[in-house]
Design a protein around this ligand. Sequence first.
Ligand SMILES: *Cc1c(COP(=O)(O)O)cnc(C)c1O
Length: 429
Amino acid sequence: MDLFRYKGGRLFAEDVDVERIAAQVGTPAYLYSQGTFIDHLGKMQEAYRELDTTICFSVKACGNIHILKLMARHGSGFDIVSGGELYRVQQAGADLSKVVYAGVGKTDEEIVSALQAGIGCFNIESEQELENLSRLAQQHARSSDAKINAALRVNPDIEYQTHAYLTTGKKDTKFGVDIERAVAVFEKYGKSWSVRLSTIHVHLGTGGKTIDPYVEAVKKILPLIDRLRQKGHAIEALDLGGGYGADYETETVPSAEEYAAGIVPLLKGKNLRLILEPGKSICANAAILLTRVLYTKMGASKRFVIVDAGMNDLIRPSLYGAFHFIWPTQTEPQFVPTVRSQDLRVEGSETVDIVGPICEGADFLAKDRSIPPVQRGDLMAVFTAGAYGFTMASNYNARPRAPEILVDGSQFEIIRRRETYEDLVAPER
Ligand SMILES: *Cc1c(COP(=O)(O)O)cnc(C)c1O
């Protein structure tokens, strides 16, 4: 679900004609829909209400402070993966007890800031990291009575159908420890006095399209929790990570309700708090990237549409071969898309490569894509751009990063201005 819809052949973000925003802020620009964020978060909260659930929105998917504030206001905690993301959630005024911190390479400096901030849980990925956390906790914990909570990230060795770069729950990825090892880690450190190992964390990957891996993971983890409890370890929570699907194509992934229907019954009555770390399922559909056609040209055998957004603005197509539906924001009635799909072929459309201005062969947003005819100056929308869009944007080719705009009903607001050339060189001496 999202609130980007065509009305009379013109694309609206909630109640605002996107052309009006482009005219005011220029292109490329990220356009977020506040209502979409709230709707997705609310549906997830509702789906898991039978369990004691904390939703920790994944900051790396979409980290603008204004959006984090919005999420916090609606009851979300946060999943962070760096000191920089900790700083962001602090700036947003988040409830730090609802912050979980994952990542295989936390530095001492980052760990100390998180200890001093009093975050909810450290999601530990190796024994060395746990030893290091324990050492730092003894030196830097805020008060001696507040034990530091930690989760052990367990790698359940589950197949997850996605791009090879996006699977994190297989045995040979760098993430977490395997189930056998997990028992040994608890035996060795489970009763350490400075760190309370009280949670099992799994994060399977991202980009999957079925609930099966989650059900399988819970079924593998519950016996582990039973074993640990029998050995006297007080396991209080299960953190199931993120990776729930987003509608890059119309209705191709399970809804929050469908995931919950598979997961909740397995966890009922188990006396476990549930932590979820959704990123893209909350924010992907909450934004579009607006871009204008600079030129069109005919190559030897292909037609190219050259737009003013490039791989520095949205790297997912180049990096992961990711699909983003792209369409002109104003079209004749017969071209208004009925679904967002890779196979959508409308009578009278052309097959083109949609490419950016960057001097790099990998700079494309779409290849062999069928779209209505467009010409120089036309505005286009790259849909489902809210996750790993702006957060992965760079200044490659010395391109200032695009602004971020938040739409709420008939209002819109610039929540991050367009970068300037001065911004590009500001840190250089
Ligand atoms: C990236 C990440 C997430 C969010 O993944 P999505 O696919 O965006 O839901 C959650 N947890 C951890 C540990 C992550 O690294």
